[in-house]
Design a protein around this ligand. Structure first.
Ligand code: ATP
Ligand code: MG
Length: 400
């Protein structure tokens, strides 16, 4: 009996087959099924062309037609359906120069990175295993499909992916694959940094991150990574044991805590991070600093967006400041704050103008409102309009 996620996706396979084409589950989902791990995205490989898929299904989103990938929506779920293909040269080491669609799965499996990722399964649960992927799963081994040096040369991102799988799965790297990683590692320089970032974030989130870090050091791959290559000490400064982090923003916040000579802006620029990652790193950094100085202060909880609570707890544990912060504890504390946001203040800019009608508008207004906000959040001032007005009389703003 196939597990539920496959059962749910089986009608897609069947429908493609009814049109005379072949279709298989491939890649990570087959690997994770055989490992009895939770199954993430279900990917399907098919001999049908993207055009044919568009005709077969009603809800198709063309996400990467040039690479043969479309998304099929089925039963409120998205499935990546990719036409069997072989990749041309990777002359820029970013994308294959061309892809050729083919009608046999064996060549499609051959282009995949590791034996454990080159497994396919048909609609009846029959496993297609051309490169001893199941044996490597049993032996917990990461091994390239084909000659390791060639495969890493072709796309050096696979070097980072090998590390990612050690950290995520706790597998060891086959000696020949490891040797090639060491020999080819300088090609990492030619990769688009966004691709490295996304794999490295997954690397740091693995439950076996400590084993992963041993491989990162032993392979010397860290000497090829932006910023780290110019600050090799960083890798050795990581806490021991390291605990898994869930995002690149958390990683930047940790790195900046360990060595503040490299600013968050430097990290964001050199790793080409999104504004979202930058915001996360900045918020976490402020929270860690406040925590070190003032402990679990109401202002810290107020300023930290709730979506970063878990990341904050992870970082606090990681740098061993305190082990017993809990998510629920933080949420409870957040709920009991006198206000949740500036909008809840019983006093605003218009009230301030009313109090000082003669004064010219300027930065003093923001500063005063900020002081009021902080006094209310920290319980020094009650959130009543009259009380706040009274407070201002005793704490007059510096208008200049
Ligand atoms: P996860 O469960 O973490 O998503 P995954 O194995 O599905 O792991 P993806 O990055 O989603 O990893 O890739 C899907 C599949 O595509 C892989 O299992 C592998 O077969 C193939 N693949 C991905 N990237 C590469 C690459 N750079 N070179 C060769 N094959 C790749
Ligand atoms: Mg995947």
């Amino acid at each position: 009996m196939l597990p539920q996620p496959f059962k749910k996706a089986k009608p897609i396979i069947r429908k493609i087959e009814q049109h005379g084409c072949k279709a298989y589950f491939v890649g990570g989902c087959v690997r994770d099924y055989l490992l009895q791990r939770e199954i993430g995205d279900i990917d399907i490989a098919t001999s049908a062309s993207p055009e044919e898929i568009k005709q077969i299904f009603t809800k198709v989103i063309p996400v990467g037609i040039e690479h043969g990938t479309v998304i099929v929506r089925h039963d409120h779920q998205s499935y990546e359906v990719t036409t069997f293909r072989i990749d041309g040269n990777y002359s820029d080491q970013r994308h294959p120069d061309s892809v050729t669609f083919i009608d046999r799965i064996d060549e499609d499996l051959r282009r995949r990175d590791f034996t454990i990722n080159a497994l396919a399964m048909d609609g009846n649960g029959y496993i297609l295993d051309l490169f001893e992927g199941q044996k490597d799963l049993r032996d917990k081994l990461i091994r390239t499909v084909g000659n390791a040096a060639d495969r890493f040369q072709e796309d050096p991102l696979r070097i980072i992916r090998a590390l990612r799988f050690t950290s995520r799965l706790g597998f060891t790297i086959h000696p020949e694959t490891m040797e090639a990683m060491i020999n080819v590692k300088s090609s990492i320089q030619s990769l688009a940094v966004e691709r490295i970032q996304s794999e490295l974030a997954k690397f740091f989130s693995g439950p076996h991150i400590n084993q992963g870090l041993d491989y990162l050091k032993k392979s010397g791959v860290y000497t090829e990574l932006p910023i780290i290559k110019d600050n090799l000490q960083l890798i050795y400064m990581l806490p021991k044991p390291m605990i898994p982090l869930h995002s690149f923003g958390e990683l930047i916040a940790l790195m900046y805590y360990l060595d503040d000579s490299i600013t968050i802006t430097d990290w964001v620029k050199q790793w080409k991070c999104s504004n979202k990652t930058k915001e996360e790193a900045l918020q976490l950094n402020t929270a860690i600093k406040d925590y070190i100085t003032f402990g679990l202060h109401p202002w810290l909880i107020y300023k930290l967006n709730e979506k970063y609570f878990e990341g904050f707890i992870r970082l606090i544990q990681c740098i061993k400041l305190n082990g017993d912060l809990s998510l629920q504890g933080l949420k409870d504390k957040a709920e009991t704050l006198p206000i949740q946001s500036k909008n809840d203040l019983a006093f605003n800019g218009y009230d301030l103008i009313d109090l000082f009608p003669e004064a010219e508008k300027g930065p003093w207004m923001q500063e005063t409102l900020h002081k009021i906000e902080k006094a209310v959040v920290t319980g020094k001032l009650e959130n009543y309009n009259e009380t706040i007005k009274e407070w201002i009389k005793w704490n007059p703003p510096e208008i200049n």
